[in-house]
Design a protein around this ligand. Structure first.
Ligand SMILES: C[S@@+](CC[C@H](N)C(=O)[O-])C[C@H]1O[C@@H](n2cnc3c(N)ncnc32)[C@H](O)[C@@H]1O
Length: 396
């Protein structure tokens, strides 16, 4: 099957885990870029990328790239693309542009130039043109313009891949599904130990964790992908990929809790919709009063950042969380994402890792706190006796 370049878009900071996912999928020439990872693959790999990747937002198939020295170049170079290979009069299309170029005041203008070029391409040969439909197009065209470099791509995903299809409702500040999966993979968890989110809100981290542990494809609950409306859609090939056996047995426990009754109800509804009620336990409880559900395990959580709370209450909350972790969670690794520097200052624990991420537009830090049994002194003794791996720092 013919191979071509494929570009997978993701969030800043998730490029390394996306590259790992692609390598595990057998992708060739995997290269990390800014908020994207590219690779070389055939149509089967493009379908798989959409169906399997947990940290992908969009999978793009570039169809042309060129230099533009002025605005008219964008029109004329776009008109040179053999559009009849991708579009017919019966298909609708939409254009979405990402532009960082002095030549174009805004991305709308670039989209308009590309739309005119496609319309004129068809009008000149067939006397008619396909219609534009921004809401539910058959073919989505993506324009990337950086300074004088332009890449035109087909968006094979359709709606963003973070829309997994299991969410019925959301709590106050649900975390994006792609970010949630990326955090779990950045924490290095693939189902080896028991997992908990004690501030689970609508349950996103729990559901993503269960899908990872059981090998459930990220796209299994989606109703459709953009490539299914392409002219060259190979239904038999996609059906083979869709029906392959990905799932694995696991005895790992996944536990979520939240102080809010409504959030827990929402989490349970989403978990049920994902068919994971037997895999995930949910309890309504204040984290400060909760007893650890397992002897050891991993915590990955997204506490409030304080946008709606007063500075003092956020510091109090994080201080209490730090105290509870120290007192009750020895043997656990706790990974916390937050934008609150005040919160982190109050937590009273030294992180062993810090990873910069964004939650929406908010710059955040994703930090790991290793909670050891015993004191710093005992840790040093253990390390000297070679009973502790070197990458694990002692607790202060
Ligand atoms: C940012 S939201 C988490 C959103 C979640 N990741 C999701 O995808 O829906 C923070 C959650 O922390 C919960 N929370 C705040 N204080 C808590 C406490 N002391 N114990 C347990 N949960 C708490 C809130 O009820 C809220 O659901």
């Amino acid at each position: 099957m013919k191979k071509f370049k494929i570009v997978v878009k993701t969030f800043a900071g998730l490029e390394p885990v996306l590259a790992l996912e692609l390598n595990a999928m057998g992708a060739e020439s995997v290269q990390q870029e800014r908020r994207a990872v590219s690779f070389v693959g055939d149509m089967g790999m493009l379908y798989k990328a959409n169906f399997l990747l947990r940290t992908a937002l969009k999978v793009l198939k570039p169809i042309a790239h060129f230099r533009v020295n002025n605005k008219e170049d964008l029109y004329s170079q776009t008109k040179n693309i053999p559009w009849q290979d991708y579009l017919t009069l019966g298909k609708s299309f939409s254009i979405d542009s990402t532009v960082q170029s002095e030549m174009f005041v805004n991305s709308m203008y670039a989209s308009l130039k590309v739309k005119d070029a496609i319309a004129d391409y068809f009008r000149e040969s067939l006397g008619k043109r396909p219609s534009v439909n921004q809401e539910d197009p058959d073919i989505r065209i993506h324009v990337y313009l950086m300074a004088d470099y332009c890449e035109i791509a087909l968006d094979s995903s359709g709606e963003s891949l973070h829309k997994r299809g299991y969410r019925l409702g959301q709590g106050e500040a649900p975390i994006n599904e792609v970010l949630a999966a990326g955090m779990i993979l950045l924490a290095g968890w693939q189902g080896e130990t028991d997992f908990m989110d004690p501030m689970c809100g609508s349950g996103t981290l729990l559901i993503e964790a269960a899908m990872i542990a059981r090998g459930i494809p990220a796209g299994i609950y989606r109703k459709s992908f953009g490539f299914e409306r392409w002219l060259d859609f190979d239904e038999a090939l996609f059906s083979e990929i869709y029906n392959a056996d990905y799932e694995k047995e696991t005895s790992v426990r996944i536990f979520g809790s939240d102080i809010s009754i409504q959030s827990c109800a929402m989490a349970r509804a989403n978990i049920k919709n994902a068919g994971l009620s037997k895999v995930i336990e949910v309890e309504t409880k204040d984290f400060l009063e909760l007893d650890p559900p397992f002897e050891k395990g991993i915590i990955v959580t997204n506490p409030p950042y304080g946008e709606r709370l007063k500075a003092r209450s956020i510091s109090d909350l994080y201080k209490s969380v730090g105290d509870v972790l120290k007192q009750k969670y020895a043997g656990y690794s706790a990974w916390i994402i937050s934008s609150s520097e005040d919160g982190y200052k109050s937590i009273g624990l030294k992180p062993s890792r810090k990873i910069e991420l964004f939650n929406g537009a908010l710059p955040c830090s994703f930090r790991c706190f290793e909670l050891f049994r015993g004191t710093h002194k005992q840790t040093v003794i253990l390390r000297k006796a070679n009973q502790l791996p070197d990458h694990l720092p002692p607790q202060d």
